[in-house]
Each structure stands twice: as C-alpha cells, then as structure tokens.
Design a protein around this ligand. Structure first.
Ligand code: NAI
Length: 245
C-alpha cells in the first residue's frame, strides 16, 4: 500500500476521516475532497505529520462533474496516479415519506447517489486507463433493510449498492475492483443528533449490543482497498454489529 494515492470524498470528518487515517497508517498518500475545505486541509496536514504520508485537502463538491474533473486532473498532476477512491460523502434529511419535501428528496439523492456516480465515472476512467485501481463506496444497512423516516436516504443507499455491482461488472476486465461497505449505526456527528430514546431503540436491534465506531468501518474499507482483497469485487460488506445477516 505504501506510496499509493487515495482520494476520500467527505474525508474532512467522521467516518471519512477515520478511513483517511486507516489508509495513512498503511503508508497511503491521502487526498481529501470535501466541501469543508479548511477541515479537509487540517485533516490531511495532521496525517502528514503523524504518518509522514503526502496529504492534501481540496475543496470539491461531489455533485459537480466540473469540480470532480478539475480535482482529478490536479491529483494526477501532483501525485502521478490515483489508485484508490472511497466515495464516502453523504448526508441525511430525514422525515416521514408522505411529509417529505421534494428539496429533501433531491438533496439526498444528489449527494449520496449522483455524487458516487460522478466520482466513479471520472476517477474510474483514469483507473481503466491505468488498468489498475480500486473503488470503495460507502452505502448503509438501511439501503438493504429500509428504515422508517429515511425514504430518501435508504433509496440513495440502495442505489449505491446497485451502482457498485454494475460498475464492478463494467470495470472488472481492466483490473479495477469496486465494492461497498454498508455501515450500521456508527458513532458520528450524524448519529449524535439522535435522542437517547432513539439510540436505545437502535441498540436493541444490534446483536453485538452497541453502536460501532468510525474505525470499524475504516478497517473494512482498508481491506477492500488493499491487495488482500484482490479476488473480491461487486460485494457489500455490512459493518453493523450483526443487524443485517
Ligand atoms: P459526516 O456528516 O460526519 O461526514 C460527511 C462528510 O461529507 C462531511 O465532511 C461533509 O462536509 C462531506 N460532504 C457533504 N456533502 C458533500 C459534497 N457535496 N461534496 C463533498 N463532500 C461533501 O457523516 P458520516 O457519519 O461520517 O458519514 C459518512 C458516510 O457514511 C456517509 O455516506 C453516510 O451516509 C455513511 N453512513 C453513516 C452512518 C452513521 O451511522 N454515521 C451509517 C451508515 C452510513
């Protein structure tokens, strides 16, 4: 893994930051694409200090093909290749389906699903040319099992799973693997918004009995990004304490 170059979208904080850290620990150079430009730069600078890897944080909106194209060109110019892409950026705008506003449906689908398609298209093209590369998409267990109050989010994550399998089929013959990790409930800013009652109800659904940590997701991503998983493509690994079996 040493000397490889990884882009992590939404890597400025939360699960994305943990993924960046797990890859940096393996000697991978880290490029963070996030709308939070200052936080992205701060995270990549700290990884540079801690692990001695090259790190850069770029202001990128994953929903803009122009923004992603310009950032990819910058990565190739500065780093020479792009070996790993982790499509992690995502948002929630929860609400019951019959009350959901169109803008909340559109915002979630645009970032969580269209954003993954744009990243896969632009970076995938480079990887196909290199005949080497691996893509890991961050889905969610609710894309597999559904969740009341998350019609937009669960549809976007189910979409990510379909997109993962299709891109895996299209890219396999050129040595590019595409997999997904579907986290369950993980302790981050996203789940900090939950009330104690919601959290307790959630914990009761988890066979292993507790929320996961961002590092639990990051370790699965690092495995899928590495050669240890060279014979695995088009798969979804649920990191969810057994919620989905
Ligand atoms: P977070 O909100 O802490 O981090 C998301 C990051 O994405 C932020 O840095 C944000 O600035 C960035 N981002 C948002 N829109 C963007 C855009 N248009 N372009 C570029 N960057 C953008 O969220 P968290 O919890 O770390 O989630 C990361 C991923 O994991 C998401 O895809 C989420 O859906 C997924 N996930 C999270 C779970 C959890 O329990 N926290 C469970 C299952 C999946």
């Amino acid at each position: 893994m040493k000397g490889r170059n990884a882009v992590i979208t939404g890597g400025a904080r939360g699960i994305g930051e943990a993924i960046a850290r797990a890859l940096a620990r393996l000697g991978v150079n880290i490029i963070i694409w996030d709308v939070l430009a200052d936080a992205a730069s701060a995270t990549s600078a700290s990884l540079n200090q801690e692990y001695g890897v090259k790190g850069v944080g770029l202001a990128v909106d994953v929903t803009s093909e122009a923004s992603v194209t310009a950032a990819s060109e910058q990565v190739i110019a500065e780093f020479g290749s792009l070996d790993i892409l982790v499509n992690n950026a995502g948002i929630t705008r929860d609400g019951l389906l019959i009350r959901m506003k169109e803008e909340d449906w559109d915002a979630v689908l645009k970032i969580n699903l269209k954003g993954v398609w744009i990243g896969t298209k632009i970076v995938g093209r480079l990887m196909l040319k290199q005949r080497r590369g691996t893509i890991v998409n961050i889905a969610s267990v609710v894309g597999v099992m559904g969740n009341a109050g998350q019609a937009n989010y669960s549809a976007s994550k189910a979409g990510v799973i379909g997109l993962t399998k299709t891109s895996a089929k299209e890219f396999a013959s050129r040595g590019v693997r595409v997999n997904a990790v579907a986290p369950g409930y993980i302790r981050t800013a996203m789940t900090d918004k939950l009330t104690d009652e919601q959290r307790q109800r959630m914990q009761a659904l988890i066979p292993l009995g507790e929320l996961g940590e961002p590092a639990d997701v990051a370790d699965a991503v690092a495995f899928l990004a590495s050669d240890a998983s060279r014979y695995i493509t088009g798969q979804v690994i649920n990191v969810c304490g057994g919620m989905v079996m």
